[in-house]
Each structure stands twice: as structure tokens, then as C-alpha cells.
Design a protein around this ligand. Structure first.
Ligand code: Z5A
Length: 215
């Protein structure tokens, strides 16, 4: 079973790294499911659309519970079946995002969020989590270049993003056996190579052939 999650503040490069790793793994012959949170099923994608573009003020507890609902559906419908088939699952955000954003950013009770996550996932945890650590201002700058206008959560601003980053760093310090923290300010190719090396060191994936091809 191999469940790999990618975490970090907005604009840290998760999506870029998921795609690079997917392509690397597939060229080495693996069957890979790349998915995301909130999302990964029709219902969870619908929740995502409401969460990121709600036209009314969203209560913080309602927001947390909607992320939890999307996670429960995603875990049951997409992630667990893929892991049971023996596929490698790459997930762009998972339960840690609620602890970082709704816990660290919105300052909701992190013990409750942990219980909600356990309830939503049935206790499923990634085997390894790559934390792409980036300065909050740089993350917002990248997102502004990319899309021009931010979504509802991005618009919470710099101080919010800083609290989110700190919450991630604290989680990574508390669980070094699961988290690999990488400097996301490095060029994308270098970050990717560090991810591949960390996976080789922990899982002995057969990347060598693909690495030679792509070098
Ligand atoms: N959220 C939450 O609050 N609670 C939860 O429980 C969950 C989520 C699950 C949507 O997530 C929102 O939901 C998010 C957290 C909240 N907050 N917001 N908004 P999302 O993952 O879909 O949104 P995001 O964090 O903003 O991700 P993103 O837009 O997909 O960005 P990214 O994946 O981190 O980065 P990227 O798209 O790969 O790259 C961003 C830009 O930087 C792009 O132009 C790249 O070309 C560039 N880039 C990438 N890597 C590099 C490097 N290494 N150097 C320079 N430039 C780079």
C-alpha cells in the first residue's frame, strides 16, 4: 500500500509535483491515481466548488465540516479502493490541510479536527507526506501570477497563510516518521528530484530506469 500526500500553503507547487511524480512513476511502470482534496469524486468536487466560491459568508465550523464530508466521500470512493487494488495514490492535500487551515489558520480546536479526520478517514493516514515549505508572501505571489484573482480561502491574506505555514511546520516536527519537509523555493525539477530520492530511500521504488531516461 502506498499513499503519498502533498501539503503546503497556497501556491507552494503541490500540483506541479504531483504531476511530475505521476509521470515519473508511470514511466517506471506503476499504476498511479492522482487525486486531490477537496475533490476526487463527483460529490466531493461539488463540495469543493461551493467551498471555494461561496457567495455568502461561510461559518468556520460549517467550512471545517464540509471539508470533512468531502474527505469521507473521497476516502471511501476513491482512495481506499485504489489502495486495495495495489495502485499508488498521490493526493494533493489530505487531512493535514484541515489541521493547518482550519486549525492553524482559523484557530478552530485541533483536537476536534483530529477526531473529525479520524472519523472521515476511518484512521487512514498517508504513508509519507511531502510538505512543500514556502514563504507565505512567495506563495501568494506565485498564485497571483498564475490566476490573477484568488478564491475565497486565498483571499484571507498573508497573516492567515503564515499561521497555516507554522501549523504545517509544527505537524512535521511532531511526526518526522511521516513528513518530509522540502524547500519549495527551489526550482521544480530540484524539488522533484528530492522527492524521488526520499521515496527511493524509504520505499526502494524502482525509479532508476526512469531517472536515466529523464536525466
Ligand atoms: N483547504 C482547506 O482549507 N482545508 C482542507 O481541509 C483542504 C483544503 C483539503 C484549495 O486547495 C483550498 O482549499 C486551499 C486550501 C483549502 N486554499 N486555497 N485557496 P488547492 O490545493 O486546490 O489550492 P491551492 O493550495 O491554492 O493549490 P494550487 O492552486 O493547486 O497551488 P499548488 O498546487 O500549491 O501550486 P502549483 O499549481 O503547482 O503552482 C503554483 C504556481 O507556482 C504555478 O504557476 C507554478 O508554475 C509555479 N511553481 C510551481 N513550482 C514552482 C517552483 N518550484 N518554483 C517556482 N514556481 C513554481
Amino acid at each position: 500500500m502506498t499513499f503519498i500526500s502533498f501539503e503546503g500553503i497556497d501556491g507552494c507547487g503541490k500540483t506541479t509535483q504531483v504531476e511530475l511524480l505521476r509521470s515519473r512513476l508511470e514511466s517506471a511502470g506503476a499504476i498511479v491515481i492522482a487525486t486531490r482534496e477537496p475533490g476526487g469524486t463527483a460529490l466531493a468536487e461539488a463540495i469543493r466548488a461551493h467551498l471555494l466560491a461561496a457567495s455568502e459568508a461561510v461559518d468556520a465550523r460549517a467550512e471545517l465540516l464540509l471539508f470533512g464530508a468531502a474527505r469521507a466521500q473521497h476516502t471511501t470512493q476513491t482512495i481506499r479502493p485504489a489502495l486495495e487494488r495495489g495502485d499508488i495514490v498521490l493526493c494533493d492535500r489530505f487531512a493535514d490541510s484541515s489541521l493547518a487551515y482550519q486549525g492553524g489558520g482559523l484557530e478552530l480546536d485541533s483536537d476536534f479536527i483530529t477526531r473529525m479526520n479520524d472519523f472521515a478517514t476511518g484512521g487512514l493516514q498517508p504513508d509519507i507526506t511531502f510538505l512543500l515549505d514556502l514563504d507565505a508572501a512567495e506563495g501568494l505571489r506565485r498564485r497571483a501570477i498564475q490566476r490573477g484573482e484568488g478564491d475565497r480561502i486565498e483571499e484571507r491574506g498573508l497573516e492567515f497563510q503564515r499561521r497555516v505555514r507554522e501549523a504545517y511546520l509544527e505537524m512535521a516536527r511532531a511526526a518526522p516518521e511521516r513528513f518530509v519537509t522540502l524547500n519549495a523555493a527551489a526550482p521544480a525539477k530540484i524539488v522533484h528530484n528530492r522527492i524521488v530520492r526520499a521515496l527511493e530511500a524509504r520505499y526502494f521504488f524502482q525509479f532508476r530506469k526512469a531517472q536515466k531516461t529523464n536525466a
